[in-house]
Structure formats: C-alpha cells, structure tokens
Design a protein around this ligand. Structure first.
Ligand code: ADP
Ligand code: NA
Length: 329
C-alpha cells in the first residue's frame, strides 16, 4: 500500500508550473491512493511574510487546490501549521541530518542569493522540515516537480540514517514521483529559469486565476526566437523558449511533442501563440470560475482546514509517539 504526501507554499498564486508539474498529478492520485496534501505555511515564513497577506494566502491556496480538482473528502487537505507534529518531528530530524548534507542543497544557495549570512536559519533547515512533513505520515511516495528532487534525496537519507541510528524500521524511505510531460515548466520571460511564484515578474508565469485577456497578453509577450517551429522534436534543441511553449501545448492537450509539431511545424509564433493561449484559457476557465466561487466562502474553507488538520493529526501523532520511543523520550 502506498501513501502519498505533498505540499505547496501559500505564497502567491497557483501557476501553470505548479499545476502541470504537481497538482494535476495529485488530482489523478487521490482515488487510487491514500493522499495527504498540505498548504505548507511553516515553509512560507522562511522568508519575510506580511501576516495578513499570509493568512489570506493560506485560505486562497486551499480554495485554489479544491478548484483545481482536489476533493477534501477523497484526500486529506490541511494547513501545515495546524499540525504541530511537523515542527516537533523536524527538531528530532535536525539532530539526524548532517550539516554537510544541508550545505549541498542548491535551492538554499539560489534562494539565499548574495546575502547568505542574512538568510534565516529556517531557510537553511527548510529541507529537514520538508523531510518531517513526509515522514510524519510514513509517506512512501511524494509527487513533486523536478526542482524538489534533491530535497527528496535528503529526506530518504534522513529516513535511512534515523532507522540505522535507532535500530528500528520506522520510516519507509520515501520515493519521489516526478512524472508527466511538464515536470519543469520554464518562465515565459526566459528559457533558463523555472516558472515560480517567487519570480517578481508576473509576466513570467500564467496564474490559474488569470483571465482570458491576461493569458493572451502574457503568451503574446512570451520570449521566443524569430524562427518558425520545426517539424520534428530534434529541431527544438538549443531553442529553450520554443521548447517550453511547445511542451506546454503538449501537456495541456495531452498530446506528444511530435503530434504538436506535426500540426504547427513550419508555422511561426504568430500562429502558434494564439492557439496556445486559447488552449490555456479553455483548460483554466473552469478552475478559475470554481476558485472565484469558493474563495469568498470563508466558513466552508475554514471547515475544510479544521477537518483536514484533525485527520492529519490522527495519522501523524502516533508516528511521533513511535519516534519518541525510538529516541528514548
Ligand atoms: P514555487 O516554486 O512556485 O513557489 P512551490 O515551491 O510551492 O512552488 O512548489 C509546489 C509544487 O510545484 C512542487 O511540487 C514543485 O516541484 C512544483 N513546481 C513548482 N514550480 C514548478 C515548475 N516551474 N514546473 C514544474 N513543477 C513546479
Ligand atoms: Na519550489
């Protein structure tokens, strides 16, 4: 039996990279597996947040996930901070993880930028909290985008070392599930950085809440090159912006790259971009309208968060009790 855990930060809008790289897979998994999904607000405060904006963000991300297809009856959906096991287990696992392991994490280097000394300690130890998120539920599989691969390897190393150190078989080493045609959606502004909530430019991403005109304008302005599209996938080599847009078309229409190029090969972006924008609008419109309905229903969202947290605690608290016994508490 497999148990799935994954999380998403409540900072900013859900974007197409989150959706195609992660959320769409979550939605597909929720019937076949026991699934636990968290809005990871403890992770959000590793960088400065305005409290009122964060509170609203947690609520809106919950609404957005439901709008995108998660059903709180068929999966456990909750804000991370409401289940104290995450923070408590993170402490124990910080005593398992090695400084050298964290020093190798590339995302810390990217996110801390030039002012590494000024970064929060939480930003540095973030991957250990992420390991705690997963291991608190003894999750076996973690569906994520490619950017999370290194953190998942760390979670496995922590699980294995904890088991060895304590002489127990407590944590199953979790496996990443990085699948689908869009595990790394790139920014619309350049082909070399990933589409991200934390990119300061809103032009770089398609938000699931963007309206049709905004989507059309963003796609129109997306960076491309002057050449026509190739008729075969090999022709996309060395053209990262073109490859990203073709890949988005393939992922959104559930077609292969070859199929998309069979239709658009030889055509320029003047023809391709409006077609891509139309597909995005068609796919996102139902999500946007559900989101707009749900986001103002504070009572319903609060009830979902409270119920999700209760179900999550029922799984995680016995695991923490086992951890305490193994450690000697
Ligand atoms: P962001 O990086 O936009 O802040 P999160 O860190 O909250 O997003 O990640 C939520 C999920 O979305 C993770 O599984 C992550 O791997 C996935 N994800 C984020 N950005 C992308 C992207 N550009 N392409 C594919 N998957 C992505
Ligand atoms: Na990320």
């Amino acid at each position: 039996m497999s148990r799935i855990f994954s999380g998403i930060q409540p900072t900013g809008n859900l974007h197409l990279g989150n959706y195609l790289g992660a959320i769409r897979n979550w939605v597909r998994m929720q019937d076949a597996h026991e699934c636990i999904f968290s809005v990871v607000d403890l992770h959000a405060i590793t960088v400065a947040q305005d409290p009122a904006t964060l509170r609203r963000g947690i609520h809106e991300m919950t609404a957005a996930l439901i709008a995108a297809g998660l059903d709180p009856e068929r999966c456990v959906l909750f804000p991370q901070s409401r289940v104290r096991v995450h923070a408590e287990l993170a402490w124990v696992l910080m005593c398992t993880a090695r400084v050298g392991w964290l020093n190798r994490m590339t995302q810390f280097k990217e996110k801390s930028g030039k002012d590494r000394e000024g970064a929060s300690v939480g930003l540095y130890t973030y991957p250990v909290l992420q390991a705690a998120d997963i291991l608190a539920y003894k999750a076996t599989h973690v569906p994520v985008g490619e950017d999370q691969k290194q953190h998942l390897e760390l979670a496995r190393d922590i699980a294995i070392k904890f088991n060895n150190d304590m002489g127990v078989e407590l944590f199953p080493p979790p496996e990443p599930v990085i699948e689908g045609p869009a595990t790394r959606v790139m920014s619309l502004r350049d082909g070399s950085s990933k589409m991200s909530k934390s990119d300061p430019s809103d032009q770089s991403r398609i938000n699931l809440t963007d309206d049709a005109d905004t989507i059309a304008a963003k796609v129109k302005r997306a960076k491309t090159d002057p050449d026509a599209l190739p008729s075969e996938a090999a022709g996309l080599a060395g053209r990262p912006e073109a490859a990203n847009l073709v890949n988005l078309m393939a992922a959104l229409t559930d077609r292969s790259i070859a199929d998309v190029l069979a239709e658009f090969g030889g055509k320029g972006f003047g023809a391709f971009k409006p077609a891509l924008a139309e597909v995005m609008v068609t796919r996102l419109a139902p999500i946007t309208s559900r989101f707009n309905e749900l986001k103002n229903d504070d009572v319903a969202i609060e009830a979902i968060c409270a119920r999700g947290a209760e179900r999550a605690r029922a799984i995680a608290e016995p695991v923490l009790a086992e951890v305490h016994r193994a450690v000697g508490f």
